[in-house]
Design a protein around this ligand. Sequence first.
Ligand SMILES: [Zn+2]
Length: 288
Amino acid sequence: MIEIGPYEIHAIETGRFRLDGGAMFGVVPRVLWEQKTQPDALNRIPMSMRALLAVDRAAGRVILVDTGAGDKWTADEIERFAFDIEGDRLGAGLRTHGLGDDDVTDVIITHLHFDHNGGLTRWEDADAQRATPRFRKAKHWLHAGHYAHATAPTQKDRASFYERDIQPIAEAGLLELVEGDDPKSLIPNVSWFLANGHTPYQMLPRFFDDNAAIQYVADLIPTVAHLPIPWVMAYDNEPLKTMTEKQQILRDCAEQNLMLFFEHDPQVAAAYIDTTAKRPKVKDVVPC
Ligand SMILES: [Zn+2]
């Protein structure tokens, strides 16, 4: 278990899915990326949808970072994305730590792409396409700039947003919008790293104390194979920005021994990074 500040930190595997390997690695040729991850017959690579759970037992604070894809999917969509989401693994993960949905006090929404936060809501009435918030007692932290983008996305990432994932949260008055380009976090021992290359105002939490820190990297560095600076997804709106932002994170890994928490890597949840080699790579995997 990782302990930082008042928090115990755990990984919750909410499910798996697959995306096109070419799209996941941008300009990197398949002959290189297939050495890192083996695609299926449809050229898709396996990906995790891993939430981070931070619990401060003394204060009764339960923080969830991202929520997976949820279960509001049709049979066709389940096949297209090879969603492996049988059973409520997010709920089971919370129960493992003695927690239920209504114990969650804070949900941190890195961004609103469906594979990250479809789990925010559930169908109340699937036929009427009416969804309802899952974490009814929680403040839902989201950057205002990303919220604005998600309601008017670019042609490039329009297909990744679903109104049903966020509108019910807003309507229930559960949204806490974070403003500005250098926002201070109101959650103890948490700071924000804003990453704009993948999608505007992706908001990545860093849990820290005087001795250690762990950074949730979501779609800034989706898997350990994406640690080298030019290994950037074709999905990114502004890949050059992503490269600069990765450099900043890797500098903190080198100078502050920052741990990274990977949302999409099929094997590695948390790790220290070796930045001294020609290409950055995992140094030590940290169980969590
Ligand atoms: Zn994304």
